[in-house]
Write a protein that binds this ligand. Structure first.
Ligand SMILES: *Cc1c(COP(=O)(O)O)cnc(C)c1O
Length: 347
C-alpha cells in the first residue's frame, strides 16, 4: 500500500476484503452483461455498508484527538448515523445524532438501531437537511462549552479522511481484479454526498486502473454532485500527498433516477430490490442501491451500457432501511410471477 495511505491512522472496523463476486442470475435477467457485485454491504461492523470504511479513518482521528464523543447527523433512516453510533458504542464514546425535523412517527430501520445504540438524539425542528451541518456544529459548540470533547463528523462523513476509506477500497478492488483476472469497463454505485465516488476516483487514478466510475445520484443534481466530488478529490489527493488531478470530465454522475426525491422510493427502485432479492438472495435498499440498480437496468435497456461490458456494482449497503418501507415493498404491483417465469436457473 502507498506509504501516504498507510501513514494515516486507521482503526480496523470493517471485515476486509469484502467479496467481489459474479451475480449470474441477475446478469441473465439484465440481458447478459458481465455483472459483478462488490459486497460492501458486508463490511460487517454495525450491520455494515460503505460508511464503515470512512469511519475507520474518522474514528482513528477522533481517538488521536482524545475526543470523548462522536457527533454527527443525518435523516432518521441514515446509514451513516447508525454506523457512527455503533462505532461510538464500540469505543466507549458518547454518540450524538443531530436529526432534522421532529421525532419520526415510526421507530423502525436505522432509527430503531440508533435508539438501541443509546445515541443521544437531537431534533433540530428544521425539516431542511441542507442546514444539518450547521446544526451539527452548533451542537458541537454547545457540548464543548459544557466541558465535553466532541469530535464532529459532517453529514454523510463528508471529508477527505472519509474519502480515504474509498481510496483504500479502490486499492483493494484492484488487487481483487488482478486475482480474478477481470478487467471491468465500469464501476457503478449510488451517489449521495459523493464521498464514495470521490475516493474511488482518486484510488483508481492512482492505481492507473482504466475503469469508469458511474455515480447514480439519489438526491443532488448532476452539476451539484460534480462540484462536490471535484472538491473532495482535490482535498483527498492533498492529504495523501498524491500528485494527481480529477477533472470534471472524469466525474460521471447520472441524475435521472432520483424519482420524486431523496428517500422517496421510486417504482423502478422497488422493482430492482425485488429483482435482486429474487435472483441472488441479496438485499438492496429503497433510498440508494435500489435506485442505482434501477439506473443500471435502464442504461442497459437503452443501450448506453452494452451487454458485452464488464460492470461492477458497488453494493453500498443500506438494507436496514427496508424495514421502514414495508408498505412500498409489499405493494400490490408486485410482478413476482412474471419474473419467476422469465428466469431459468442459470447457476
Ligand atoms: C451513504 C450511502 C451511499 C452514498 O454514499 P456517498 O459516499 O454519500 O455518496 C450509498 N449507499 C448507501 C447504502 C449509503 O448509506
Amino acid at each position: 500500500m502507498n506509504p501516504d495511505l498507510a501513514s494515516l491512522p486507521r482503526l480496523e472496523l470493517a471485515k476486509l476484503p469484502t467479496p467481489l463476486e459474479p451475480v449470474r442470475r441477475l446478469s441473465h435477467a439484465l440481458g447478459g452483461l458481465d455483472l459483478w457485485f462488490k459486497r460492501d454491504d458486508l463490511t460487517g461492523f454495525g450491520l455494515g455498508g460503505n460508511k464503515v470504511r470512512s469511519l475507520e479513518y474518522l474514528a482513528a482521528d477522533a481517538i488521536g484527538q482524545e475526543s470523548d464523543m462522536l457527533v454527527t447527523g443525518g435523516s432518521p433512516e441514515s446509514n451513516h448515523v447508525r454506523t457512527t453510533m455503533a462505532v461510538a458504542a464500540y469505543l466507549g464514546l458518547k454518540g450524538v445524532a443531530v436529526l432534522p425535523s421532529m421525532q419520526p412517527a415510526e421507530t423502525q430501520g436505522n432509527f430503531l438501531l440508533d435508539k438501541l445504540l443509546n445515541a443521544k438524539l437531537v431534533f433540530t425542528g428544521d425539516p431542511d437537511r441542507k442546514y444539518l451541518d450547521k446544526h451539527i456544529s452548533h451542537e458541537v459548540e454547545r457540548l464543548r462549552a459544557l466541558g465535553g470533547k466532541p469530535y464532529m463528523i459532517r453529514r454523510g462523513g463528508v471529508s477527505p479522511l472519509g474519502c480515504a476509506g474509498y481510496v483504500a477500497a479502490a486499492v483493494e478492488i484492484c488487487s481483487q481484479l488482478k486475482e480474478l483476472n477481470i478487467d471491468p469497463d465500469i464501476l457503478l454505485c449510488a451517489t449521495g454526498c459523493g464521498v464514495t465516488q470521490a475516493g474511488l476516483l482518486v484510488g483508481f487514478k492512482w492505481m492507473e486502473l482504466n475503469c469508469k466510475v458511474y455515480g447514480i445520484t439519489v438526491s443532488r443534481t448532476r452539476n451539484e454532485c460534480i462540484a462536490y466530488i471535484e472538491q473532495l478529490t482535490k482535498e483527498t489527493a492533498e492529504i495523501l500527498g498524491l500528485d494527481l488531478t480529477i477533472t470534471s470530465d472524469d466525474i460521471l454522475v447520472i441524475d435521472e433516477y432520483i424519482g420524486d426525491g431523496y428517500s422517496i422510493p421510486s417504482p423502478e427502485g422497488i422493482e430492482s430490490i425485488r429483482l435482486v432479492a429474487r435472483t441472488e438472495g441479496i438485499f438492496l435498499d429503497p433510498i440508494y442501491t435500489g435506485k442505482a440498480i434501477a439506473g443500471l437496468t435502464d442504461l442497459v435497456k437503452k443501450g448506453n451500457i452494452s451487454s458485452d461490458k464488464t460492470v461492477i456494482f458497488l453494493h453500498t449497503g443500506g438494507s436496514p432501511s427496508i424495514f421502514s418501507y414495508a408498505s412500498a415493498i409489499t405493494a400490490s404491483n408486485d410482478s413476482a410471477n412474471s419474473l419467476f417465469i422469465k428466469l431459468p436457473g442459470v447457476k
